[in-house]
Design a protein around this ligand. Structure first.
Ligand SMILES: O=C(CO)[C@H](O)[C@H](O)COP(=O)(O)O
Length: 235
């Protein structure tokens, strides 16, 4: 297994083994690390008879749940989630996160905020002392397509920096989210001191759905090192 994947797998296994119990409703995040968590849940279903209902945060998560033979639930049928597990692009010492590298942050935030407990799994490169110092691609913000230009201008006038429309790779034009919207990646000029305030300011701009700033939501983060060892972090 590739070294980085060893860390991701170790973090995923620890979170699933420590926090997922039978009969629970489990929120399934998106990205490359969550793949290992879903595989571990499937292993436990097979080996121990674990029984859980999985709530996806994206098209990718839905596919993963189905491909691994797990029970697919929905927020309509299972609005109360026991535990949610997800990856992150950066996690600071206070457990605040930047998410949305895969453009799934809105559904991820809905699932995480409706879970009793929310756990982050990541390779060690995602651990950071101060939010905004390691993830350099900007704060992901989901916007309604017709509003993208005014939102870009408002962000730049209000907060400075640069608000870039995320463009597709192997697809002409912008990235379109699972909700049919666009993503703006806001790159700040100077490191904000109060991320909570910044988040609230952005969310209030008409046309914005939500941001990839997950402030004070995660209970614990599991970071895996390349040798398969773990760093556990709580607030
Ligand atoms: O927020 C996300 C998707 O919107 C992902 O959880 C985040 O990008 C981390 O992904 P990976 O596990 O591939 O590092």
């Amino acid at each position: 297994m590739e070294a980085k994947n060893k860390g991701k797998a170790a973090a995923a296994k620890a979170a699933v083994d420590n926090h997922v119990k039978t009969s629970q409703v489990v929120g399934i995040g998106s990205g490359s690390t969550i793949v290992f968590a879903v595989q571990r849940i499937a292993e436990r279903v097979k080996d121990e008879g674990l029984s859980v209902i999985c709530i996806p945060t994206s098209f990718q998560a839905r596919q993963l749940i189905q491909e691994n033979g797990l029970t697919l639930g929905s927020l309509d049928r299972n609005p109360k989630i026991d535990v949610a597990i997800d990856g992150a692009d950066e996690v600071d010492k206070d457990m605040n996160c930047i998410k949305g590298g895969g453009a799934c942050q809105t559904q991820e935030k809905i699932v995480a905020s409706n879970a009793k407990e929310f756990y982050i799994i990541a390779d060690i490169s995602k651990q950071s002392k101060e939010l905004g110092t390691t993830w350099k691609q900007g704060i992901p913000i989901e916007v309604i397509p017709s509003a993208y230009r005014p939102v870009q201008l408002t962000l730049e006038e209000m907060l400075g920096g640069q608000a870039n429309l995320r463009m597709g790779v192997k697809k002409a034009g912008p990235v379109v989210t699972d909700n049919g919207n666009f993503v703006i990646d806001w790159q700040f000029q100077s490191l904000p001191k109060d991320w909570n305030k910044i988040n609230q300011q952005i969310v209030l701009i008409p046309g914005v759905l939500d941001t990839g700033l997950f402030i004070n939501m995660a209970k614990k983060a599991y970071f895996g090192r390349e040798d398969g060892s773990l760093v556990e972090q709580t607030k």
